[in-house]
Design a protein around this ligand. Structure first.
Ligand code: SF4
Ligand code: SF4
Length: 499
């Protein structure tokens, strides 16, 4: 009896401590990604996964609501979304997919933004065991681009038609200090080759200091992206046995420092396959809720990479891999839970997988990516220094044509941050659905530029017909007039119009 009492007392005390510990407004990683809160959520989801009445209520709550010329969506909490993820009912899955499509259409229309990664350096002092750049990999060639090489890579990317890059670099204070990254950003923005220009540089570098984030902001970056890899602290520490990245709290709190440094567009991401996906999904949404609660702005983007084969890396060694169906469900539920956040899918995924996910909520794709340092200037795709195996190896022209044939508008738009529509300003336009008045015309303008400057004859023909049809759909007469004029001006050789 006494033992039972002690146990009950301990449970109660533990619960109170957990309640005290979980705090989405806290700036401490272990409080806003509180392990016990994740476990409690998963337990609650498991218990309610067949509660169809509750599930219908959750789906109803998430539905877009029209109010005059505005559309609003409430999104879902990590707890609600986790119940939907746990549910295995086939009818519910169909409802989830339908709702994800409806939300995607309401807030993003048909545009799909295209970008490319640019690898600057694979020198890295960390020991991440899922990445070929880990510092114990002594046989991978190490390479860091000189400014001349950055220039050559950027020209190659511009010649394909890219306007938006995500720069990638390993963590190495000696080889890749912040000054090197800043110099590269400066070089990238300075190159104007023929009609080409990189108009937005997103940055995917290691967690750093507020001061360095401030420098990145001043250099004119778009989004700061940092994948959490896994939110499970114990696994995180095992997967990152050495180097500064071993510090879970420093890594998890990076977005708060980035925002303190003035960067208001940040991109989250989980590397699916490292930990149990239900844990990651709940924690990822908790991270989004934390950013919203503390900074008033949720994540600008969420990336959903899966562990892939690479030099020294065998994905089958990670026993939490997820199949394509589960992956699709995660993407659809992310779209429903955080309707205003862009979802990014890379060329890690095959054409077939990407095709399915586009409908369910993905808003950005990479195209013609080379994931090696200096890969774009080589004739053949080099694999020596690849960070991961590229499944979708099509050219940018093929990717653009494919999107058009699927009814999507391939977009090279970079307008928002150049017009100062970032952070809260961006989110308020997004949350009313008004951003579509910019996205659609900007997609058509940048597609027209691509068709004029870089497309094959076949893509050009399909694209021109597509633009005419889309132009017809523009309801706002003044937007239509300006857009028609811009498209003509592009034919006459002018570039870089935007709404
Ligand atoms: S994931 Fe990033 S930090 Fe880790 S080894 Fe690879 S490049 Fe370095
Ligand atoms: S208008 Fe803004 S949100 Fe829309 S595609 Fe362009 S940059 Fe993205």
């Amino acid at each position: 009896m006494l033992r039972l009492y002690i146990q009950m007392y301990r449970n109660g005390k533990l619960k109170m401590e957990n309640e005290k510990l979980y705090n989405k407004k806290s700036l401490k990683a272990e409080e806003f990604i509180n392990h016990e809160e994740v476990l409690r959520t998963l337990d609650y989801a498991e218990k309610n996964k067949n509660n169809l009445e509750l599930i219908d209520k959750i789906l109803e709550k998430a539905r877009p609501v029209k109010n005059g010329n505005e559309t609003h969506c409430q999104g879902l909490t990590h707890e609600e979304a986790s119940i939907l993820l746990a549910c295995e009912d086939k009818n519910v899955l169909k409802k989830i997919y339908d709702l994800a499509e409806e939300i995607k259409h309401a807030f993003y229309g048909e545009r799909i933004v295209i970008f490319a990664p640019l690898y600057l350096s694979n020198y890295c002092v960390n020991g991440c065991i899922y990445c070929p750049y880990h510092n114990q990999n002594h046989h991978i060639p190490r390479k860091k681009l000189t400014q001349e090489e950055v220039k050559a890579e950027v020209i190659a990317l511009q010649d394909m038609g890219h306007k938006r890059l995500a720069i990638e670099s390993g963590e190495d204070p000696v080889n890749n200090p912040i000054e090197y990254i800043l110099e590269c950003i400066n070089t990238i923005y300075s190159i104007k080759h023929k009609n080409g220009a990189i108009r937005r540089v997103n940055v995917n570098i290691a967690a750093t200091t507020v001061e360095n984030y401030r420098k990145l902001k001043e250099a004119g970056i778009g989004t700061y992206i940092l994948f959490q890899e896994t939110y499970h602290k114990e696994s995180y520490e095992k997967l990152h046995p050495t180097g500064p990245k071993h510090n879970y709290a420093y890594h998890t709190e990076a977005m708060d420092r980035a925002m303190e440094g003035g960067i208001d567009d940040v991109g989250l991401g989980v590397l699916f396959g490292l930990e149990r996906y239900k844990y990651e999904f709940a924690a990822l949404l908790m991270h989004a809720e934390h950013l919203e609660a503390v900074h008033g702005v949720g994540p600008h983007t969420i990336s959903v990479p899966r562990v892939k084969k690479a030099d020294d890396i065998d994905p089958t060694k990670f026993d939490n891999g997820i199949d394509d169906e589960t992956f699709a469900k995660i993407v659809a539920l992310t779209r429903i839970a955080v309707p205003y956040t862009g979802i990014i899918i890379s060329t890690r995924e095959s054409q077939a997988v990407r095709e399915k996910l586009l409908k369910l909520g993905v808003s950005q794709v990479s195209g013609a990516s080379r994931t090696s340092v200096g890969g774009y200037t080589e004739e053949e795709r080099p694999t020596e220094t690849e960070q991961f195996d590229v499944s979708d190896q099509r050219t940018l022209d093929e990717v653009v044509r494919w999107l058009l044939q699927l009814g999507h508008i391939p977009s090279f738009c970079t307008a928002c941050y150049r017009e100062g529509r970032t952070g809260e300003r961006f989110m308020s336009m997004c949350k009313t659905g008004h951003i579509q008045n910019c996205c659609q015309p900007n997609a058509l303008i940048t597609l027209k530029e691509f068709l004029m400057d870089y497309a094959s004859e076949e893509t050009k023909k399909i694209g021109e017909e597509f633009i005419l049809k889309e132009l017809d759909k523009v309801e706002n007469e003044s937007v239509k007039k300006i857009l028609t004029n811009n498209l003509k001006e592009i034919e006459n050789g002018k570039r870089d119009f935007r709404f």
